[in-house]
Every structure is written in C-alpha cells, then in structure tokens.
Write a protein that binds this ligand. Sequence first.
Ligand code: COA
Length: 333
Amino acid sequence: MPRAAITAVGHYVPEDVYPNSYFESYLDTSDEWIRERTGIRERRFARNGATSDLIVPAARMCLEQRGITPADIDCIIVATVTPDYFFPSTAAVVQRKLGAVNAWGFDLSAACSGFIFALVTAAKLVESGAAKRLLLCGADKMSAITDFQDRSTAVLFGDAGGVVLLEPSEDEQVGVLDYVLYMNGEGGKYLYMPAGGSAKPPSLETVKNREHYVHQEGRTVFKEAVVRMAEVTLEIMQRNGLRAEDIAWLVPHQANLRIITATAERMGLSMEKVMVNIDRYGNTTAATIPLCLSEWYAAGRLDYGDRLILVSFGAGYTWGAVYVRWSLPKPKD
Ligand code: COA
C-alpha cells in the first residue's frame, strides 16, 4: 500500500487583527491576564463570509503550489465545528466555490482534534486507493459561536483556515506513518455548544440564554488537556521508538501556551522545536495544526524527511497524535 503524503499546504487568515486591548475596552480583563494565562496577544476575526471562505483561499494556495487545477481533486474533507450550514456540508460548498467538479467529500466533527481525526481518515482513503488527490481542510470561524460578552471564552478564539493536499507516495519513508486516537464522551459537558442541535433546537429562550455559543469549564478542560496531550505524545513516541532528538517539530493544537509548554517538557523537547503561533492567532480550533504547518513550510523551516508529531486535545473529549515524516523539500525562494 502506498503511504499518504502531504504534497502541498496552504492557509488563510482574515485581515482584521484584534489585539488583547480590544477586549480590555469593554470587558473586565487585561492584556496581562490574557497573555500570562493563554499566551495569546492577538487573533483575527472575519467580518464577513463563512467557514468555506476561510478554506477556499487556502485551498487555492495548495493547488497553485502543486501546479494542479480544482478539477484534479477527487475528494474534499472539511474538519470544522462551525460549518456554513448544518447541511449541505461545508465540503459541498467548498467544492462549488472552488469548481472542484470531480470531487466527492464530507465534513468531520471532532472540534479541536478535527484536523488530526480527519488526517487519519484521509490517509486511509489515500492508502487504499479510494482517493488520489484529497484536499484536507481544517477551518473554523469561531467568532460565529463565541459569546463576546463572556470574558472566560471570548479572549481565546480566532478564525482561520488551513488546507493540505494528500496524495499517494511510493516512498515508504515519508507521509502519515502512525497515529493514536482517543475519545471520551464523559467530557462532553465541559466544553460544548448547548443549543441549536436536535437535543435543544433553537428557540427564543435558547437565544435569550446565550446557549448558541461555546460554553467551557476552562479549568477542568485545562487539567485534562495537559495530561492527555503529554500521554498521547509519549505513547506515539514509544510505539515508534522515537527519542526527543529524533523529532524535528512538535506541532501541537494551539489552545493554551501553558498546555503546549507542559507537553514539550514531558517529551524532553526544547521549545525551539515546537511550533507556536497562538500568540498571533489564538485558538482557531480545526485550523491550528495546518496553519502551523503552512507557515513553517513557507518560512523554509520544514524539510524532506523531518519527523513531526502532530498532537491535539479538544471537545468530546477527543485527543490524538499523528506521526508524520514531511514529504516536501524546502520551497525555492
Ligand atoms: N480576564 C480576567 N480574568 C479572567 C478571564 C479573563 N479573560 N477569564 C477568566 N478569568 C478569571 C476567572 O473568573 C477566575 O476568577 P476567580 O478565581 O475569581 O473565579 C480566574 O480568572 C481564574 O480562572 P480559571 O478559569 O481557573 O483560569 P485558568 O488559569 O484555568 O485559565 C483558561 C482559563 C480558559 C485560559 C484555561 O483554563 C484554558 O486554557 N483551558 C483549556 C482550554 C482548552 O484547552 N480547551 C480545549 C481545546 S479548545
């Protein structure tokens, strides 16, 4: 079976930057609190458009990089918790907007672990031959489900899209090499959107009670995230006989800098080998990992054969790690 390899990577962030001072202007919070507790300095919010509009420019970047057309794509997977609509899927919207007329596809919901879960799913489709040029998109317009009056969540999130192209590779040394995925539904009540789904359809009351936004017990989720991120990272390292010095980059979900630092410490990895951009974008849910990959690749900081550990924790609870060997040479200037 061929490996599934990442053969292009792109991202998109909205133009409008909201520094921490934006929240200071109307909430009981401070730049210092936000920076110290989360590592975030600023984030981007899309004033217009939907999640598909965060994906399409990132997808075009991928296609251009690879020198192929939308018609060459045969499958589109979108990981998101902020789909344009309940239905049709955001994958279908992206297919139309891109003109990817030969693609089938679907959405996948695993919150902050969305990209990791979708990457494993996508890799299986590519390895089996069911897909040959698959656009894997992680994107969230978190501003659409953020309660801007709730200081404990408003300061955390941002909007962004990241896309990777997956193709079969005959080189067995590179691509998606291994993964470990977990879920524990007992954690659902600590991080969720209470209303809008079939459990609690929208009503005047749900709107009045602000139940169409992210609700999070931050401290509870934090404690679980710290333990699980470290655990699953160590597990994938052990399974593959990897030592800290073998790893070129840890690519963690960007929810909180303290969680990221704790994970790196448990691995014995210096922070110089950890991708961090939470300071500029906040938590963009399914977009954080492809956004990191795309920025690091564009900056010439990723090279062929680099060993990467992608790791995430999010609502569900869901968590997991993927071992990838990078399959692209550094871009030419
Ligand atoms: N500004 C100032 N104070 C704030 C604040 C804000 N924006 N948000 C919360 N606080 C206050 C709280 O009200 C609380 O005050 P109290 O002690 O008087 O009750 C205090 O700060 C500490 O709150 P707590 O929630 O315990 O802070 P924390 O250190 O856990 O940090 C988070 C809060 C949300 C940053 C952190 O818990 C977190 O990152 N959680 C996990 C996020 C995550 O990984 N999610 C999963 C993937 S999306």
